[in-house]
Design a protein around this ligand. Structure first.
Ligand SMILES: *Cc1c(COP(=O)(O)O)cnc(C)c1O
Length: 502
């Protein structure tokens, strides 16, 4: 059936039958190209080269199928190719094919998971993922959660939720102004002591600071707690800070209400000691949030869960990003909460959208937009669901275990290599290894050697790695992705060793 709109000049199924198989074949070819041993990770070494090569001017009149497919091909050819398995610069790698299929299904349904009636099956899929994740983390019978567009967004919603719940709910209606009044009248806080404060380690992700900015608390509300040489929050420093700040109603940094513990820090992959932090949060009545965006997937491995994530069941909220270690396509992040009702703090009764009167204290909320600061939502949980359904819980655990085994083998190889120097490391080791050449050609050492190496690798385009500042200077932060065969890491080390000798 044809419509009057040029966007519906033929039936969509006919158009899909023409375009989609050709695109699928093109994608398959690009994946195969990436899988070739010497395929470059990225087509160009500099931003300038991309700006010269990618021509994107939008036309006044449309183009043929062939021309449109040529555009798609050009975009693929000018993109980083994750199928090389040598893109080791970021905390994600090539996605599972099941999650790619999930993306296609989501596009075909084009349903918004804001109200149940618009997305019944996808709402149930999200609920099942939330239920299964909460069970793995040992959250109780009242737990709930929601998908969010990324870990930063999940952390921000956690801060908003904690603010709504702390201080007798004053924030939800009266905002920051009512909060200050409540702190003064009910808690006897005076002066700058009457501001809420958020505690997080010096190694935590910047999104915690940004959550303070977004919630109206301001970045000065964030108190960074010292971390130890392995990147873990120092519990003695946390305890001292909590005692000082809670004990002095006029403390210039305010009153702690929220502690963020990180499970898997961005640079070192360190896990903050949850049992000790949870005990302090209970003692000082603080909300415990665990930012497990990166390391949260360790919960799938019984061994890693018992060592790295012990105590996680005592958190009030937790962020985990399946789009990182579980290789689900971007974006797929969950905010889980211990008590379902806390998410109802975000409910606004918009009669034109939410018809069933659900909300604060009225049982489970099936209209998921009620639980967020947003409205329309993509059903991202489906991508985790299909991956999990395809391989099962045990395989996801074995995936993590395999990654940690490779990381330890790679670390041993770096230690045995005289040309390389190991930087700060998590203890126990997780999936990041900081290292640098002892000396690059021309007598370049220290942080300069790191940058010189990174520049050489960038030029050659065979491996992508990133570097990061640490307390001992700049080091290459090598990310060990469980999905990437170990041989790639050993070949990279050989390549780096050769570069130091040139
Ligand atoms: C990646 C990461 C984030 C941010 O997640 P996005 O999905 O990129 O927004 C937050 N915290 C930690 C510890 C991370 O590793």
């Amino acid at each position: 059936m044809e419509g009057a709109s040029p966007l519906h000049a033929e039936t969509s199924s006919a158009e899909y039958a023409r375009l989609a198989p050709r695109l699928c074949a093109m994608i398959e070819a690009w994946m195969r190209e990436g899988e070739q041993p010497d395929a470059p990770v990225m087509p160009h070494a500099t931003e300038r080269a991309y700006r010269e090569h990618v021509r994107l001017a939008l036309p006044d009149d449309g183009v043929s199928d062939d021309a449109l497919l040529a555009v798609m091909r050009e975009l693929l050819e000018n993109s980083v190719n994750p199928w090389t398995d040598r893109f080791l610069a970021k905390l994600y790698s090539a996605p599972t094919v099941a999650s790619m299929c999930g993306d296609m299904l989501l596009s075909a349904m084009n349903a918004s998971v804001h109200v149940f009636s618009a997305s019944p099956a996808l709402t149930l899929v999200e609920e099942e993922c939330v239920r299964a994740l909460c069970a793995l983390y040992g959250f109780g019978a009242h737990a709930d959660g929601i998908t969010m567009p990324g870990g930063a967004a999940s952390n921000t919603l956690a801060v908003q939720t904690a603010l709504c719940c702390a201080f007798g709910g004053a924030y939800r209606r009266g905002g920051i102004f009512a909060l200050l009044r409540t702190l003064t009248e009910q808690y006897g806080r005076v002066g700058s002591g009457a501001r809420p404060a958020l505690l997080t380690s010096a190694d935590s992700h910047f999104s915690i600071d940004r959550a303070a900015l977004a919630s109206g608390l301001g970045m000065d509300a964030v108190v960074h707690i010292e971390s130890d040489e392995h990147g873990r929050m120092r519990v003695d420093a946390l305890e001292r800070t909590l005692a000082e700040m809670c004990g002095d109603p006029a403390h210039p940094r305010g009153m702690p209400f929220f502690v963020n513990a990180t499970s898997g820090t961005t640079v070192l992959g360190a896990f903050d000691p949850l049992p000790a932090i949870a005990a302090l949060c209970e003692k000082y009545h603080c909300w415990l949030h665990v930012d497990a965006s990166w390391g949260g997937a360790a919960v799938f491995s019984p061994t890693l869960r018992d060592t790295l994530l012990r105590g996680v069941e005592r958190a009030q909220s937790l962020t985990v990003n399946p789009h990182k270690l579980l290789n689900v396509t971007h974006q797929c992040s969950f905010l889980l909460v211990q008590e379902a009702h806390v998410l109802s703090e975000h409910a606004i009764h918009a009669g034109y959208l939410f018809h069933d009167g659900q909300g604060a204290g009225q049982g489970p909320v099936a209209d998921h937009a009620m639980k967020t600061l947003g409205c329309g939502r993509r059903g991202e949980a489906l991508k985790l669901y299909l991956t999990w359904r395809q391989v099962g819980t045990r395989a996801l655990g074995a995936h993590l275990d395999a990654g940690v085994r490779v990381a330890n083998a790679v670390l041993a190889a770096i230690r045995a290599n005289d040309a390389l120097e190991v930087g700060p490391l998590a203890a126990p080791l997780f999936l990041q290894i900081c290292f640098r050449p002892r000396c690059m050609p021309g007598g370049v050492t220290g942080s300069d050697a790191t940058r010189a190496l990174e520049a050489r690798l960038q030029e050659a385009r065979q491996y992508a790695v990133d570097f990061a500042p640490t307390r001992r200077g700049d080091y290459v932060r090598l990310v060990v992705h469980p999905r990437v065969p170990a041989a790639h890491y050993f070949a990279l080390l050989d390549h780096v060793t050769a570069l130091t000798r040139e």
